[in-house]
Design a protein around this ligand. Sequence first.
Ligand code: ADP
Ligand code: MG
Length: 245
Amino acid sequence: MIQLNSIIQLKGLSKSFGSQEVLKSVSLNIQKGDIYGLLGPSGSGKTTLIKLMIGLETPSTGSVTFKGNKLKANELYPSIGYMAQSDALYDELTAKENLSFMASLYGLKTAERKEQIEKVMTTVDLLDHLYKPVHQFSGGMKRRLSLAIALLHEPEVLFLDEPTVGIDPVLRKEIWDSFHRLKEEGRTLVITTHVMDEAERCDRLGLLSHGEIISSDTPDAIKETYGVTSIEDVFLKNGGVSIAD
Ligand code: ADP
Ligand code: MG
């Protein structure tokens, strides 16, 4: 049954690459307005799961439902922002040129474009670097620019694959503050991470271990269910896989 405020529903989703079954019958409900964290060690299937949610990969079995309807990737794109795990940026172009190009793909009008570029670059604290070519950016700056691009068209749902990798703790906190502001605006965020303190800042977590969701609930409820004091311990109890790699 579809829950009223469910925005994404996964049912019995499996994915194999050749003989390797990467995801095993994943069923999940992501609620509108949540910051939903997918937490799992490297290789557990987080990126594959996000790609299935937005139609970049097709499931081997199972289904993805977006707002009550079967997922149709081309209809989905105006309502979502996606930040891939590896930055898809044009190195020779400036930040502004990268943003303008993506804004034109999203169909933003010229006046709106300028306003949105300033807004998103302020969010990620890069406004001073608008005219710098991307090859002069640090890894963390590139992550932030990718995030800015994902925010350009004010999407309803954001899919962010390891958005804070390579970003120092101070700025990471600021970026998480901006995630909470986006949530307050009514947006839904799906974020993969393998950082524990980030996991604790999510409304709900899906714990992924060897391609299976071993728990999906609020961080507190998960800890209570497993009788542990940290989320890390849940992974240790489930086959001894440490999250920190
Ligand atoms: P995570 O994001 O949690 O690190 P991934 O979803 O990237 O995990 O990968 C899960 C597993 O699936 C890994 O063993 C990876 O090698 C494999 N995998 C991912 N994409 C492909 C692909 N296109 N072809 C073959 N194997 C893949
Ligand atoms: Mg990944």
